[in-house]
Design a protein around this ligand. Structure first.
Ligand code: 4NP
Length: 163
């Protein structure tokens, strides 16, 4: 299926594309399938440190403990082509936001970039904390935040308030 065959194309972005954005990607893919939505989901990192790697083992295990499989995902770096390929680019924190916006060429592209937690906590500009140097509780907290926000995203897609 070609990218243009989808009703909506959503890209999840973090720094390394091995913890937060693959988790957001895996959760949204699973829910899109469950709700029979014609939405393409992918993820990328602003950095190139982990290109080609599977998600972090701690994130894979956290996801697996809640019945979500993310071990098939492979990290890639965000590129300016993603502004063309995606309708919405959800970033996890302010640093990701700045790094993505540095590559944008115009206002139309800027408007595609959103802090993901603003879907759950409108206008509060909250961040999904980076769990990389954290504990298993930090990974679970990231899972819970992303589980909650992807529920809101699914509902908004169904309501037609995200497009
Ligand atoms: P992520 O977490 O951005 O959620 O994938 C990180 C992964 C790797 C690094 C930092 C954050 N790192 O510095 O290698």
């Amino acid at each position: 299926m070609n990218q243009t065959d989808f009703d909506l194309r959503i890209l999840m972005v973090c720094l390394g594309n091995i913890c937060r954005s693959p988790m957001a990607d895996g959760l949204l893919r699973k829910k899109v399938k469950e709700h029979n939505l014609n939405v393409h989901v992918d993820s990328a990192g602003t950095a190139n440190y982990h290109v080609g790697s599977a998600p972090d083992k701690r994130m894979i295990e956290t996801a697996r403990s809640r019945g979500v499989n993310i071990d098939f995902l492979k990290a890639r770096q965000f590129s300016s082509n993603d502004f063309f390929d995606y309708d919405i680019i959800y970033v996890m924190d302010k640093s990701n936001l700045e790094n993505v916006l540095k590559l944008s060429q115009n206002n139309l592209e800027n408007q595609k970039v959103k802090l993901i937690l603003n879907e759950l906590y409108p206008n509060q500009n909250k961040h999904v904390p980076d769990p990389y140097y954290g504990t298993s509780e930090d990974f679970m907290a990231v899972y819970d935040l992303l589980d909650n926000v992807t529920d809101v995203i699914i509902q908004k897609i169904k309501d037609g308030t995200i497009r």
